[in-house]
Design a protein around this ligand. Sequence first.
Ligand SMILES: [Zn+2]
Length: 98
Amino acid sequence: MGFYTLSGKPRWACAMCGMYSSRKFSVKRHINNLHDGIGNIVSFIDYIACRRNGTYFPNPIPNYLVKQTQTVAPNNRPLDVMKDELFRTALRKSFGYT
Ligand SMILES: [Zn+2]
């Protein structure tokens, strides 16, 4: 898991830009400071799973996400939803949440 390099478990993430922290108030403060208080705090698991689906980042989509979004997003079939659940479960386990 290359993106997991910070100390402490990332539990909360900023849906606007992907900043994450183990402490919810850090993300809240970040949103207040950088996004004028406009932004959603999402659980890190949901953030990762939804970023994979291209759910967050409505507009504009950062360049580094476009390729990923285009290859992953077009079809949202039931099988994909099932895969997502498996993906989330695997993530939770790998982070030791369960
Ligand atoms: Zn942010």
